[in-house]
Write a protein that binds this ligand. Structure first.
Ligand code: FMN
Length: 463
C-alpha cells in the first residue's frame, strides 16, 4: 500500500506541473525576470542555490539571444518527484516499482500542442534555441541537455526513449552521444550495419513522469511510453511526427525531428558530465534535424549537467533495476542506493558468507554505470555515507573481502577508463560482519522500547 498523496490534483504536462508547484510548493519555483546570459550565468545562479542547500526550479523569463524562456532543475528535488507521482518522498521507490510494473499503452491524438508551430527544412534553426553553456572547460558550442530521444528498433518495432545530450553544430545539425551498450546505441548499430539512417525525434519540455519513464532501464522489449502511462496512472497522449512515423508526447514543449546518418562521426565535447568532470572529446554520430515543432509559446527545459537534477533523475529507475537483479541472486537484499557517481551501496540480511560476493558479481556484470559495489548488513543505513564508511573500516579485511574485476566495459564517461577500448576494472567490497569470525561480533544496541518510552523533556528544565 502507498501512503495517501498529500495533493490529489493531477497535472499532465510541464506547465501544468509548474502550476502545481506555484500552488503547493511555491518556494520551489523561482522566476527570474531580469535578462540572464546563457553563457555560464544560468548555471551559476543554480549552483549558488545548490551551495546553500536549496534546489529550486528556476524559470528564466529572458535569456539573451533567444525568444524562449528557460526552465531548469524541474526534477531536482525528491519532494518534487513525489509531488509528480502523488506520493510521499519515502514511498518513491515503492511507487515507482508498483506503477512501472503496471504499464498503460499511450493514445495517438490528432490535435496536438507540440505541433502548434512547425518549422521545416530551410526554416529549421537550432540557433533560435537558448544557447546555453555551463562550465568553463566546456566546448564553445552550446548543448541541448533536456532532450529525450525516441527511436524505433528496426527488428522488433519497439520504440525506445532515453536522454541524450546534443551539441549544436549548425542551424540543423547536432552531435549526439549514445553510450556504448545502451539501447539507443544498439538500435543505431542495427541501422548502421544496413547502411541506413536511423529516424529519431528529440522532445523537450515534459512532465516529470515522462522524464522518469524515459529513464526506465529494464528490458529492451518494454516500451517506455507504456511505463510513463503506468507512472501517470493514465495513457500518455502522443502525436505522430510531421516528417517520420515516430511518436512524441502531444503535450511536449518542443520536438526536433530528423535522422542519424550511418558512418558519420564528428568531434563532440568537452562537456561537464554527470560525474562532475569532463573527459575530453569523443567522435560521435550526428543528428540531422529536418523539422522543429513546438507550442505557440514554448518553454525550453534545461538540465544542468553534473548537478543535483542530473544525479537524482536516473536514481529511481536504476535502483529499481539493480534491486531486481540483486534479489534474483540474494532474495534477502533490503535496498540499493546510488548515492555517489558509479557507486552502488547495497544492504542485505545475508544467508551465508558467500552471498555478498554473488550479489557483487551480479551487479558489476550488469550495468555500465556501476563501477563499485559495497555490500553492508541490513542494520547499516546505506543513505548515510558515514555508516557505510564505518562498515568498510571495521568489517573489511581487504585481502579477503575486496574483489577486482579487470578488463570490463564501463561508461566512456568514467574519467579513469581507457578511451581506446572502453575497458576499465571494477571493485566490489563486502563490508558485512562475517559469521565465520572466531569472535562474536555484534553491534551496540539499546532496547528500542526503552528508547521509545523516554521523553527528554522530563530531564531538561523548561527555559
Ligand atoms: C540528464 C541526463 C542526460 C543524459 N545524457 C545521456 C547521453 O548524452 N547519452 C547517453 O547515452 N545517455 C545519457 N543519459 C542516460 C540515459 O538516458 C539512460 O541511461 C537511459 O536509461 C538509457 O536508456 P535505455 O535503458 O533504454 O538504454 C542521460 C541521462 C540523464 C538523466
Amino acid at each position: 500500500m502507498c501512503t495517501a498523496p498529500a495533493v490529489t490534483i493531477a497535472s499532465s504536462d510541464l506547465r501544468g506541473f509548474l502550476d502545481l508547484l506555484r500552488r503547493y510548493r511555491p518556494r520551489d519555483l523561482i522566476e527570474v525576470s531580469r535578462q540572464v546570459n546563457p553563457k555560464f550565468e544560468t548555471a551559476a545562479i543554480l549552483t549558488k542555490f545548490e551551495q546553500s542547500f536549496r534546489f529550486p526550479v528556476l524559470l528564466f523569463r529572458s535569456v539573451a539571444g533567444s525568444e524562449y524562456s528557460v526552465v531548469t532543475n524541474v526534477c531536482g528535488s525528491p519532494g518534487r518527484l513525489a509531488l509528480a507521482l502523488q506520493c510521499s518522498v519515502s514511498d518513491l521507490p515503492k511507487v515507482y516499482a508498483q506503477r512501472s510494473a503496471q504499464p498503460i499503452k499511450p493514445t495517438i491524438e490528432s490535435t496536438t500542442a507540440v505541433q502548434e508551430r512547425v518549422f521545416l527544412s530551410s526554416h529549421v534553426d537550432l540557433g533560435a534555441l537558448p544557447q546555453l553553456i555551463y562550465h568553463m572547460d566546456d566546448s564553445p558550442a552550446s548543448y541541448i541537455t533536456g532532450a529525450i530521444v525516441v527511436a524505433r528498433d528496426p527488428e522488433n518495432g519497439k520504440s525506445n526513449l532515453s536522454f541524450h545530450r546534443l551539441m549544436i553544430r549548425d542551424s540543423n545539425t547536432t552531435a549526439i552521444f549514445m553510450a556504448r551498450g545502451k539501447h539507443l546505441h544498439r538500435i543505431y548499430q542495427k541501422y548502421e550495419s544496413q547502411r541506413q539512417e536511423m529516424p529519431i525525434a528529440a522532445f523537450i519540455g515534459v512532465h516529470p513522469t515522462c522524464s522518469l519513464g524515459a529513464l526506465y532501464t529494464g528490458s529492451a522489449d518494454v516500451e517506455e511510453y507504456d511505463i510513463i502511462g503506468g507512472l501517470r496512472g493514465s495513457a500518455l497522449p502522443l502525436a505522430r511526427c510531421v516528417t517520420n512515423d515516430l511518436n512524441i508526447p502531444a503535450e511536449a514543449e518542443f520536438a526536433l525531428e530528423g535522422f542519424v546518418p550511418p558512418r558519420e562521426r564528428v568531434e563532440e565535447g568537452p562537456f561537464g558530465e554527470f560525474t562532475g568532470y569532463s573527459s575530453g572529446t569523443m567522435l560521435v554520430p550526428t543528428f540531422k534535424v529536418e523539422a522543429i515543432t513546438s507550442r505557440r509559446d514554448p518553454l525550453y527545459q534545461d538540465i544542468l549537467s553534473g548537478h543535483a537534477e542530473h544525479l537524482l533523475l536516473p536514481k529511481l529507475s536504476m535502483e529499481y533495476e539493480l534491486l531486481r537483479i540483486a534479489r534474483d541472486v540474494a532474495p534477502t537484499t533490503e535496498s540499493v542506493r546510488l548515492t555517489l557517481p558509479l557507486t552502488a551501496f547495497l544492504s542485505l540480511r545475508k544467508m551465508d558468507d558467500d552471498e555478498p560476493r554473488r550479489v557483487i558479481d551480479a551487479l558489476l556484470a550488469n550495468d555500465i554505470y556501476v563501477k563499485q559495489v559495497i555490500v553492508v548488513d541490513a542494520d547499516v543505513d546505506i543513505s548515510d555515507l558515514r555508516q557505510v564508511s564505518t562498515a568498510i573500516a571495521l568489517h573489511v579485511r581487504p585481502d579477503r573481502d575486496v574483489s577486482i574485476k579487470p578488463h570490463v566495459p564501463l561508461t566512456e564517461l568514467d574519467p579513469a577508463g581507457d578511451p581506446r577500448d572502453g575497458l576499465t576494472s571494477k571493485l566490489g567490497i563486502d563490508a558485512t560482519v562475517k559469521s565465520c569470525s572466531s569472535r562474536r561480533i555484534t553491534k551496540n544496541q539499546i532496547p528500542q522500547h526503552l528508547l521509545d518510552s523516554i521523553n527528554l523533556s522530563e530531564f531538561v528544565k523548561a527555559e
